[in-house]
Structure formats: C-alpha cells, structure tokens
Design a protein around this ligand. Structure first.
Ligand SMILES: Cc1cc2nc3c(=O)[nH]c(=O)nc-3n(C[C@H](O)[C@H](O)[C@H](O)COP(=O)(O)O)c2cc1C
Length: 200
C-alpha cells in the first residue's frame, strides 16, 4: 500500500501529512458498525457557526444497507463509480441551509459541513483507512435516491475504506495512485497581512 507523506516547509502532524485520497479500495474489507460510528463521531464534534451543526450525512454502508450503498454507487459519474464501487462506505454529504434557532439563511453551512467532512477523513486516516471525496455525481439522481430536500445543497459523496491492491485500477489511475502529492507554493494561497502579499 502506498504511503504519500506531504512535503512540508515545516513539520506537521502525521494525521494531516499522511492523508491522501486513495482509489485502490479493498472491496473485501467491510467496516464494523463501531468503526462507522467512530467516523461519524469525529464529524459530529466539529465546530460550527452558532453551534448549529448544519451537516447532514446520508450513510450508505455496504455491510448494513447494501441497497443504499448500491444507490450511492449508481449516483456517481462513471469515472468515479469505476473505482469507488470497491469502497465499503459511501457518505453523501449535505448541508442544511437554514439556521435551526431562527430559520435564517446560514451562509456558513457549507463551510461547517466541509470542516466536519475533513474531521471524518482525518479520523479515517487515524484508523488506517483512506477517504476520497467526490464532486462527480449526478445531483438530481442523488437528491431523488435519498429524499434530500430541494434546498439542501449536496456537497460531495465520500468513499471510505481500506486500501488494497491497485490491480483493479487502469494504468492511468494506477500512476495517479502512486504519484507524489503536490500543492501550490505556500505564498500563492497564504497571504501576509493583505490580499496577494505572499506569505514567505
Ligand atoms: C469537494 C471535492 C471534490 C472532489 N471530487 C473528486 C472527484 O469527483 N473525483 C476524484 O477522483 N477526486 C475528487 N476529489 C479529490 C481531489 O482531486 C483530491 O483531494 C486532490 O487532488 C488532492 O489530493 P489529496 O486529497 O490526495 O491530497 C475531490 C476532492 C474534493 C475536496
């Protein structure tokens, strides 16, 4: 199994440095209910504006609800379904666009939902699993398949599971699976005291 450590300008915790989005999921390793609960707990304890917890995750666990899991696979664009069909857990990430306390628009709903999703991803990494977030899915189909309200944005579907052999990937995906991770230079996206002024 590939380990892809981030190349950082200063040391960071392994939990972040070793997280990467794998595709070579081992379809034979289903998750225990307790493992799935742990992933959700990590997300549940994320911070949110007003403590509103606007994330809404639809859990599609092959081990416990093969029908929902298959429905989630069927919502993915073919490129993603090709490899994500081997992930034993697919989580449909949605957000409630209204604040619970007053019904007003919550413009931080997507922000908070992304934070909760990353918490799930990091928890999975800590448990030796890989996660791969996907924006490539059919939105209308996903909304219909899971009864997601019309005003709730569907942010992503996340594949979760253990990585295994890359033999099922085509040559291009296999190459990507082992490629070094890359990021823009620090100063391109992090500014020192004002927009556009490169940090370091
Ligand atoms: C919101 C979002 C949508 C993404 N959509 C896809 C996707 O549809 N298919 C895919 O293969 N990867 C997808 N990715 C994975 C990114 O390509 C990946 O996170 C990025 O290249 C960085 O790689 P790393 O996560 O391994 O560091 C998505 C990631 C995010 C956060």
């Amino acid at each position: 199994m590939t380990t892809k450590h981030a190349d950082t300008a200063a040391p960071i915790h392994d939990l972040m440095a070793t997280r990467w989005s794998g595709r070579a999921f081992d379809g034979s390793r289903l998750l225990a209910a307790e493992q799935v609960t742990a992933l959700l707990e990590a997300a549940r304890w994320s911070p949110s504006c007003y403590g509103d917890q606007p994330w809404r995750f639809v859990v599609c666990d092959k081990a416990r609800d093969a029908g929902a899991w298959q429905a989630a696979v069927d919502c993915l664009v073919p490129f993603n379904a090709g490899w994500a069909q081997h992930a034993p857990l697919l989580v449909v990430i949605c957000a409630d666009p209204k604040f619970g306390h007053n019904g007003a628009d919550n413009r931080w709903a997507a922000y908070d939902t992304g934070a909760a999703t990353l918490a799930l991803c990091l928890q999975a990494n800590a448990m030796g699993m890989s996660t791969h977030q996907m924006g490539g899915f059919d939105e209308a189909k996903t909304r219909a398949a899971f009864g997601i309200p019309a005003d709730a944005p569907i942010m992503a579907i996340v594949a979760v599971g253990y990585l295994g052999s890359d033999a099922g990937l085509d040559a291009e995906l296999r190459e990507r699976e082992h490629a070094a991770r890359a990021r823009k230079p620090l100063g391109e996206t992090f500014f020192a005291g004002g927009w556009g002024k490169a940090y370091v």
